[in-house]
Design a binder for this molecule. Structure first.
Ligand SMILES: Cc1cc2nc3c(=O)[nH]c(=O)nc-3n(C[C@H](O)[C@H](O)[C@H](O)COP(=O)(O)OP(=O)(O)OC[C@H]3O[C@@H](n4cnc5c(N)ncnc54)[C@H](O)[C@@H]3O)c2cc1C
Length: 333
């Protein structure tokens, strides 16, 4: 089990200036290497010595991973763009406000100035049993400490538990899925783009990872198409504190409403499963209906179908119902 020693173990630090160099290093060192972006998640792991990589590859000097630029009718955000840049970028504010609102809700101004969008998406779960170095399923052991009779599991999942009950911590991830974003991944195998929805994986797919990324893969950019630009959208995060706190539940939505009728919607809830959960059932149930009480009640009902709360988190059921309703009723262009 890890202890807080506040001093990192030794590792070999590489600071490549180019993407190719970083990819070569990752290929050479495989699972011995750790990718470092802003360090906001990384340094917790290393200082607690719950993870002890032999090699650290710092992406901080690679210019091609930075910046936010127009790309056709959408935009491309470099993985090393700071969370604060995403929250305040004029084009994101004007065309994709749901993402700016989500980024604005991340942590604190200091963490947003240091943390990157790529790091925010690739960060590990905050389950404290796992982060404290307990040998749980996710850490390669054979028990889930958060799902035993006396476990503290108020923050854990209500959907898709599969041995592990940890949840996805990112505020920006649901917004990117709602915007139909694609993740640009580069590795020695070349470049591929994966939908934001498929980028995140649950324990049923691989209990040791939260994304599709393999040890030698890098998330290099995030592409947001113009499809949902300027359409009604909504983001809300509920946490115990107003700042410096992870979501208990968050929601992001984008809606295509024509003459008062919902033509199409994308609704994504975070903090309820190991991956941000797209509410396909809700989306199907509300398509073709006007935004009225009946539609909202149906959305709320569908949102929690199949939910399985743990001992201390049944409040997440009511929270999910209400957030999903609000994400439809309050969506604004
Ligand atoms: C006190 C505190 C409060 C926080 N509150 C919130 C919150 O409310 N909401 C929220 O969403 N987040 C929150 N965070 C998380 C914070 O936003 C993330 O830790 C941060 O965004 C991670 O980004 P980073 O650039 O610092 O990444 P790092 O810490 O450097 O990396 C995070 C992880 O991602 C991997 N990684 C990073 N970049 C890449 C890449 N390009 N390709 C492949 N792998 C990569 C790293 O190897 C590491 O495993 C909080 C963090 C702290 C410390």
């Amino acid at each position: 089990m890890g202890e807080i020693r506040d001093m990192m173990g030794t590792f070999e630090l590489f600071q490549p200036m180019e993407l190719e160099g970083a990819l070569d290093l990752l290929r050479a060192h495989g699972s011995d290497a750790w990718v470092l972006s802003g360090g906001m998640d990384t340094f917790d792991w290393l200082k607690d010595r719950a993870k002890s990589p032999r090699v650290v590859v710092d992406l901080g000097s690679i210019e091609e991973l930075k910046g936010i630029e127009a790309n056709g009718d959408g935009i491309r955000i470099g993985a090393m763009a700071k969370v604060s840049e995403v929250a305040t970028h004029p084009e994101i504010l004007a065309r994709f406000p749901v993402l700016a609102q989500a980024a604005e809700k991340v942590a604190t101004p200091q963490i947003r100035n240091q943390g990157t969008l790529g790091g925010n998406l690739c960060q590990d779960t905050r389950c404290w049993y796992y982060r404290s170095g307990w040998p749980c399923y996710r850490a390669g052991g054979n028990i889930c400490y958060a799902n035993a009779p006396n476990s503290l599991n108020r923050e854990h999942c209500i959907f898709e538990a599969n041995r592990c009950v940890a949840v996805s911590p990112s505020d920006t991830a649901p917004a990117l899925i709602a915007l139909e974003a694609e993740m640009e991944i580069q590795s020695v195998r070349g470049m591929q783009r994966v939908s934001a929805e498929e980028f995140f994986i649950g324990p049923g797919t691989d209990i040791t990872r939260m994304t599709v990324l393999q040890p030698s893969d890098l998330l290099t950019g995030i592409h947001i198409p113009g499809t949902w630009a300027g359409r009604p959208s909504y983001f809300e995060k509920v946490a115990d504190r107003k700042a410096w706190d992870f979501a208990l539940v968050n929601v992001a939505s984008t809606l295509d409403v024509r003459e008062g009728v919902i033509y199409e919607a994308r609704i994504v809830v975070g903090g309820v499963a190991a991956r941000p959960l797209r509410m396909h059932r809700v989306e199907n149930a509300i398509a073709g209906r006007p935004i009225n009480d009946e539609t909202l009640e149906e959305a709320a009902r569908q949102a929690v179908q199949g939910a399985r709360p743990l001992r201390f988190n049944d409040f997440k059921i009511a929270l999910t119902r209400n957030l999903v309703k609000r994400s439809i009723r309050e969506a604004r262009a």
